[in-house]
Design a protein around this ligand. Structure first.
Ligand code: PLP
Length: 345
């Protein structure tokens, strides 16, 4: 079999959730949007629900359907994008709680689903999603009469603890929500790590659960092992891969492994060079990453193993992201559909 193996460690995921939860005195929910950051929202959600998570967040209503089917009735599922045209039936049939982002969404919700639970998303400065202060002031009395289950906002710079934006948004959020006696939530992973002032009644980490920065103490959740399809020996001066970008300077043994940019292993990883690991021995990836194949200099290995590892404790998702000038979130959510995925729990 030449399919790469993506191992997803749900135990590590649960430990990350527990450890983040232990940093707070409030409820810790879980964000499982984008199919659980690419790792399967249903499996991730079930593992976390078993560990005690009671509330989950997705980006759009359709993601909530998949999650509800996996979780069954009971756990709360909230939708960041709120109540869009055509969502009413989904929200009702699958017991999803929209986070209303505008007066339009609020009117739509009250008209289409009176009495159906909702929260309100407020914009405290990020200018992305949620009602702004003036909008909120205009409707907050009406909204509060309908008993929102949550008032939430989102931080723009929480991964930079020293950034002045954090305190600024915190103050704005307090101003918009103080004294209403409705549960509040401001923080994702980054905000949770900023400390108690940012926790309110519920934190909603995503990336930290999956082992990514800014939660530096996270346990890694995924490993990727890619089969070696072929090895060949090169003389000095011979080139490897598209564009002849790499030339052998010595007698070289090249292993060709079965994964590429179609699997989310971006060509840009090669901007700073990445490694493929034979157990703990790093071997440089050389030449261009192609759609389905990656070439590795294994000259210094006494023996070429059946698989080389591209994601592991030594080369994390964040390390790959840094090599390509991006963030771990993007690497995770780009992992392709072609892997043989195994889940350990
Ligand atoms: C994605 C998202 C989260 C989770 O963020 P992480 O940085 O992955 O912890 C929380 N809240 C909102 C509104 C989001 O969009």
């Amino acid at each position: 079999m030449s399919t790469a193996r993506l191992k997803i460690n749900l135990d590590a995921l649960v430990i990350n959730w527990r450890n983040l939860d232990a940093k707070t005195g409030c409820e810790t929910a879980a964000v499982v949007k984008a199919n659980g950051y690419g790792l399967d929202a249903g499996r991730v959600g079930k593992a976390l629900a078993q560990a005690g998570a009671r509330n989950f967040f997705v980006a759009v209503a359709e993601e909530g359907i998949v999650l509800r089917r996996a979780l069954g009735p009971g756990p709360g599922i909230s939708v960041f994008s709120g109540h869009m045209e055509g969502d009413a039936k989904l929200l009702r049939d699958f017991q999803l709680t929209p986070m209303l982002n505008s007066i339009d969404q609020m009117l739509r919700h009250f008209e289409a689903l009176p009495g159906h639970p909702f929260g309100v998303q407020l914009d405290s400065g990020m200018n992305r999603l949620g009602m702004e202060a003036a909008e909120w002031a205009a409707v907050c009395e009406i909204a509060l009469q309908q008993n929102p289950v949550l008032l939430m906002s989102h931080l723009a710079c929480a991964d930079e603890p020293g950034h002045g934006m954090n305190a600024y948004q915190l103050q704005n959020f307090i101003k918009m929500t103080e004294g209403f006696n409705v549960p509040r939530s401001l923080s994702a992973t980054g905000g949770l790590l900023l400390g108690r002032d940012y926790h309110f009644d519920l934190c909603r980490p995503g990336i930290g659960l999956y082992g990514g920065a800014p939660y530096d103490a996270a346990l890694p959740v995924i490993e990727l092992e890619v089969p070696v399809i072929q090895t060949r020996d090169l003389a000095p001066g011979e080139s490897v891969g598209y564009g002849n970008t790499w030339i052998a300077k010595r007698d070289t043994r090249i292993a060709t492994i079965a994964a590429g940019y179609a699997d989310g292993l971006q060509r840009a990883f090669q901007r700073q060079g990445i490694m493929a690991y034979a157990d703990n021995t790093p071997c440089p990836v050389v030449g261009r990453i192609s759609m389905d194949l990656i070439t590795v200099d294994v000259t210094d290995l006494p023996e070429v193993p059946s698989h080389l590892s591209l994601i592991n404790e030594r080369q994390t998702v964040d390390a790959l992201a840094a090599a390509a000038g991006t963030i771990g979130y993007e690497v995770l959510t780009n992992l392709g559909a072609r892997y043989a995925r195994t889940y350990t729990a």
